[in-house]
Design a protein around this ligand. Structure first.
Ligand code: NAG
Ligand code: NAG
Ligand code: NAG
Ligand code: NAG
Ligand code: NAG
Ligand code: NAG
Ligand code: NAG
Ligand code: NAG
Ligand code: ZN
Ligand code: ZN
Length: 588
């Protein structure tokens, strides 16, 4: 195997830590950054959101604005006495029309993404669902002139047409930073992902770390580095503690150096302190967040880490880059390219109108502005199947919550909104059941394992909840002058977000939700239980479980064939039609 070494050369310089504060009177008082000798900007789980959030003012920057920010931040804030490193930790497609509306998903969005001069790049599980997606990432990014010495993956391999395997980028990188000449060993791990297509092989990180190469690398570099960076598509806090276990192993290999992790995958803002010389930053999702992390001096005995979550908007970019004009030539050019792409893909096409915002998990399930409530109370009842309701008293329509992937915001409902919120087509199946059986199916499915066939598991808002215990009792902010947004709780407390916001609760979201039966039905009466085709095995199994516990030996044994074709339009189509009717009503 051949290792690549990425080296950049620059001047040695001093490295003062400084606290910046600068704000304008008409804006909420933003929280500044504490710079260190080594500074990072981190993005993760962008999922194609490169064209800004057009109905959310708090995330009004596009990828071109981010490019401008990086340039200005480097020149105005970082200067030549410190270093800035840019890191992304994967999941670059599936979530926005910019990546998903092209014939090959990610075809154009990956070119736009790659305009940022990342120093460290890696992949997420979304680069591994389809062979075409994996090929695209490998050929256009991993092997590209620009990133071939920057792409790193320690536990994923690419499989070529002759079944030969190659590291998906470099197994590791050795970097000397430009200004402070800090020597960094870079590793990268994808979480234990078992559904990769045949073009890739993922070895669980803990297994990879038992291999000989890591001992050799550690042995060779241990005394030649100032710190280790691990770019992971792994959440810092997850129920399996995967990253914590990775850290325990790396601490054996590197007992005394700073080990800085960047995490991803669970789509939250998070910061964890593993030990006095090791932390992990996770920077949210969907280009709503740029994570900032600084290390005052990796060689200090009492090294200090500082984290900040920057809202992905022009106000924050202006503030942190200390710049009046926040658009650079390169950045503006890229923004124009993005607009052109949005136009070419028809993403601005207005389909309908949304009169107020609906949330997946920031409102409880019975709240009027919960999106699942909207679906079960207003959208799904519109469904007209091919099956007569005459033979039954009523029907229940059930969907899995993972089939919806973003909040539905007030404003224009465009072709892009469809990609953001419910892009998946679906067919309907139904079972004719006694009400006493049908009414228990939802409960059984909500007690069972996650149903994720329509959407990858981390799209589920459920995982927005930090897995470990909160260590701080942070205030719930109710200030009506602030916009609703992130008020993150992490290992450093309550004030990591750069922008003060009104807090949002995060409610737990169940596996499935369904329409309500409003009639007073007797247990013995019959109903149609209607559900997504892909859920058939789950529903049949749950039904058998309930039926046999209620009826014992007399229970019918339902099979997949008992779930019959129902007909009718997909949920996404029903939602589009509802949005269109709002637009027509508005025009009247
Ligand atoms: C930033 O600095 C570089 C190098 O000095 C220079 O080429 C570039 O034009 C500067 N960019 C801006 C926006 O000032
Ligand atoms: C590669 O491996 C797959 C699965 O093991 C096999 O079906 C295929 O024939 C192999 N291809 C080549 C070129 O060896
Ligand atoms: C970590 O730092 C704290 C505060 O400086 C100190 O009390 C503690 O002993 C340190 N722990 C270790 C394991 O060095
Ligand atoms: C999208 O990608 C194709 C193929 O690389 C290219 O021809 C086209 O110009 C791109 N469109 C935009 C708007 O960048
Ligand atoms: C759900 O939210 C609504 C609207 O905020 C509120 O009126 C209701 O009391 C809440 N229900 C529960 C069970 O918390
Ligand atoms: C929404 O669409 C209307 C046309 O129907 C347009 O005039 C308006 O500018 C759009 N609003 C936004 C925020 O894009
Ligand atoms: C349903 O039950 C069958 C038989 O017990 C089992 O093989 C199958 O995996 C189950 N399917 C689901 C989705 O639970
Ligand atoms: C139900 O039917 C399936 C397939 O017809 C069979 O494999 C299974 O053993 C049956 N279960 C019961 C409890 O009769
Ligand atoms: Zn993701
Ligand atoms: Zn992921």
């Amino acid at each position: 195997m051949k290792w690549n070494f990425a080296l950049s050369v620059g001047a040695v310089a001093a490295f003062p830590t400084q606290f910046f504060s600068l704000w304008q009177n008409d804006e909420p008082q933003l929280r500044g950054l504490e710079l260190g000798k080594i500074n990072f900007l981190h993005t993760t789980d962008t999922h194609g959101w490169l064209g800004s959030h057009l109905t959310q003012n708090d995330y009004d920057a596009d990828w071109g604005d981010f490019l401008s920010f990086v340039e200005l931040f480097r020149n105005n804030t970082i200067g030549e006495d410190r270093d800035l490193l840019l890191v992304d930790t994967g999941d670059k497609r599936d979530g926005n029309g910019i990546s998903d509306a092209t014939e090959l998903v990610g075809q154009n969005s990956s070119q736009i993404f790659n305009e940022i001069d990342y120093d460290i790049l890696t992949l997420g599980n979304h680069e591994l669902y389809t062979p075409e997606g994996t090929e695209l990432e490998y050929r256009n990014t991993v092997l590209s002139e620009k990133f071939k010495n920057k792409y790193v993956s320690s536990n994923v391999e690419y499989v070529d047409a002759n079944n030969r395997t190659f590291p998906f980028g470099n197994k590791f990188l050795y970097i000397t930073t430009k200004n402070t000449r800090t020597r960094i060993l870079v590793l990268s791990f994808l979480f234990d992902f078992q559904r990769a297509n045949h073009k890739a092989v993922v070895t669980p990180a803990l297994e990879e770390l038992k291999k000989d190469w890591i001992n050799q690398v550690a042995g060779y570099y241990r005394n030649k580095i100032d710190m280790v960076v691990v770019a992971g598509h792994i959440p810092p806090t997850d129920p399996d503690n995967e990253l914590k276990l990775v850290h325990e192993r790396l601490r054996q290999l590197f007992p005394d150096v700073v080990v800085q992790y960047f995490g991803g995958h669970s789509h939250i803002r998070d910061f964890v302190r593993f030990d006095n010389k090791s932390t992990c930053l996770q920077s949210g999702k969907f280009a709503e967040t740029v994570g900032f992390l600084s290390i005052d001096d990796p060689n200090s005995k009492d090294v200090k880490f500082f984290r900040r979550y920057i809202d992905f908007n022009k106000r924050s970019f202006r503030f942190h880059s200390m710049s009046k004009n926040i658009f650079t030539e390169q950045g503006s050019k890229l923004s124009k390219r993005i607009s052109q792409l949005r136009q070419d893909l028809g993403l601005n096409e207005i389909i309908g109108y949304i009169p107020k915002s609906y949330y997946l998990s920031a409102r409880n399930l019975s709240a009027e502005d919960n999106l699942y409530h909207l679906l079960t109370s207003t959208i799904l009842p519109i469904l007209e199947g091919d099956v007569s309701l005459k033979e039954v008293e009523d029907r229940l329509i059930m969907i899995n919550t993972g089939s919806v992937r973003y909040d539905l915001h007030k404003g224009n409902f465009t072709k892009d909104t469809v990609y953001n919120v419910i892009p998946f087509p679906n067919d309907w199946r139904y079972l004719k059941l006694q009400y006493k059986v049908a009414k228990l199916v939802e409960g059984v499915l909500n007690g069972g394992p996650v149903i994720f066939n329509l959407a990858p598991p981390e799209m589920r808002p459920l995982s927005c909840i930090r897995a470990t215990k909160k260590t701080f009792d942070c205030p719930f902010i109710n200030d009506p002058t602030l916009s609703e947004g992130f008020t993150t709780v992490d290992d450093d407390g309550c004030y990591g977000d750069d922008t003060p916001h009104r807090s949002q609760f995060q409610f737990k979201v169940p596996n499935v939700v369904q329409t309500q039966i409003n009639k007073d039905l007797s247990d013995e009466s019959y109903v149609h239980l209607v559900f997504y085709e892909f859920m058939t095995a789950h529903v049949v199994n749950a039904t058998n479980k309930i039926s046999s516990s209620l009826l014992g030996n007399k229970s019918p044994n339902y099979t997949l064939d008992d779930a019959k074709y129902y007909g009718g339009k997909a949920t996404k189509t029903l939602l589009n039609e509802w949005a269109r009717s709002n637009l027509l009503n508005k025009k009247k």
